[in-house]
Design a protein around this ligand. Structure first.
Ligand SMILES: [Zn+2]
Length: 400
């Protein structure tokens, strides 16, 4: 299920105004520097409507005017951008091995980021630790003085989005946790929408929503970390996140690649995670949890056992990419997560497998761009912040 919306009756002027505002912001988000008349043409709105909406957004500090632009034969118009200096979106992540918090501008630029490497404990203790990190973030000089639009929190497991509940986080041992309810008493002053999201879905949304120029029609993000997750985003206003009936859509780490294979944390056997994840690579090479996997392995990449383990994990990842391609057929695939730090020994076998097999069903070669993001520590938190912006623009309409 996608994000829920308020119900409106026909003729609801407030709703119409919100739609127009969202349409104008969407055009400027995708194409920074457009003029009023270009926005009118792109969004299918009249010029007076666009002028009124732009003026309102300028008055509230959402937009900034730039240079005069010539072109199109008409009168020159001023370039319009989202204002980078007035608002902040707050995003956070409960990771299996640490907590993260970011403050972003309306364009998704991270203006301040904090992380802690202490592993989460109980939900209650974790909520307190995360609140402390967010409080520290809000006190940073880069963030104070900005209008805060809300908070998005990413977690490593499927969530019930509308209830803001972690359904399960197998790698944390959490089950059925109303995490935002635990967090709220520690953060009284942070107004706006609060959202809870699966980490891979959050990262997927951020990569899609903050994409400028030539945005793909759909995008799949693959999260390679302690566990393996993914998120699938389809374009729209707002873009939609595939959730499924129970919040399990895109839980590709638990699709089965090897029937009767090793036991997974979820209780089934032969899940993708048992073949290609941080925990399965640690288990295969007997590496403790105390050290980040990349730190332990990068100095050992020439050892035959390490090379073979990563090659097999890479091939399993390639199968998984192929299954994602045939299940969702995304226009673009983005790969992030801590395992990307292992680089070529893991990723090349995956890309080779995908490259060899992904066009078999088609009569002509089709390119599926795959982008690997090696530094993806803050992507889920930034993506959760993107969801706050989408919620404010498309759902609550609380432009302030
Ligand atoms: Zn599993």
């Amino acid at each position: 299920m996608a994000t829920t919306f308020k119900e409106y009756r026909a003729g609801d002027l407030g709703f119409l105004k919100q739609l127009n505002r969202a349409a104008v912001i969407d055009v400027i988000r995708h194409e920074p520097g457009v003029s009023r008349s270009e926005i009118a043409a792109r969004a299918g709105l009249t010029k007076p409507t666009v002028s009124a909406v732009v003026q309102e957004l300028l008055d509230h500090g959402w937009l900034a005017e730039g240079e005069l632009q010539q072109g199109g034969g008409g009168r020159p118009g001023r370039a319009l951008h989202l204002n980078e200096h007035t608002h902040a979106l707050i995003g956070a992540e409960v990771g299996v091995h640490g907590l993260r918090a970011v403050a972003c501008t309306l364009n998704g630029t991270i203006i301040h980021a904090l992380s802690s490497t202490s592993a989460p404990g109980t939900p209650a203790a974790t909520s307190e630790q995360l609140a402390n990190l967010i409080t520290q973030l809000l006190r940073a000089p880069q963030v104070t003085g900005r209008s805060l639009l809300g908070l998005g929190v990413a977690v490593p497991g499927p969530v019930a989005f509308t209830e803001a509940r972690v359904l399960s986080a197998p790698n944390l041992g959490w089950r059925d946790v109303p995490f935002l309810d635990l967090l709220r008493p520690h953060l009284h002053d942070l107004d706006g929408p609060w959202l809870l999201e699966n980490e891979a879905k959050a990262a997927a949304f951020g990569e899609f929503f903050f994409h400028k120029y030539n945005a793909p029609d759909s995008l799949a993000y693959i999260s390679l970390g302690t566990g393996i997750g993914s998120g699938f985003i389809q374009s729209g206003s707002p873009p939609s996140i595939l959730r499924g009936a129970h919040g399990l859509a895109s839980e590709i780490g638990h699709t089965v690649l090897q029937p009767g294979g090793p036991y997974c944390h979820c209780g089934n056997r032969g899940c993708a995670e048992t073949l290609t994840s941080s925990w399965s690579i640690r288990a295969a090479l007997n590496i403790s949890e105390d050290l980040p996997l990349a730190d332990a392995l990068v100095p050992r990449l020439n050892e035959p056992a390490v090379h073979l383990t990563l090659k097999r994990a890479g091939e399993a990842l390639g199968m998984l990419l192929l299954n994602v391609h045939h299940t969702f057929n995304p226009a673009k695939i983005v790969i992030g997560g801590s395992l990307t730090r292992l680089g070529e020994p893991l990723l090349q076998p995956a890309l080779d497998y995908f490259g060899t097999h992904h066009n078999r069903l088609l009569s002509a070669q089709r390119e599926v761009p795959i982008r690997v993001i090696p530094d993806s520590l803050f992507l889920p938190a930034r993506g959760a912040a993107a969801q706050v912006l989408a919620n404010v623009v498309h759902t609550t309409g609380a432009i302030q």
